[in-house]
Unconditional design. Sequence first.
Length: 113
Amino acid sequence: MQDAQPVLVQEAPAAHEPLPALPLRDHTILGVCEALGEDFGFNPLFLRIPLATLVLWNFVAAIGIYLALGVAVALSRLIFPAARPAAVPQLAPAPAVPAAANQANSDGERLAA
């Protein structure tokens, strides 16, 4: 029997951690298809599959189209940057109220009722 190789699993970043830039992600080349999918709201595979099949017929045209789309995405991100969410201010904890003050307050409320 062979020893099992450990499987490395890449953990998803926590919700408060920003994602790395598109070209720096592991599953993209320049991030063109994913960026267009994010901008126009469709699955990036709908663009990746036609580009991959175009590589089989005309490699130069496919690379040219991909690079032209990359320039368009880069320009659109520079001209219209995405709004960054404002930092949520941290609220100070409420001061502790002594138990005697709570009791006196509830007695006063009972008398008023």
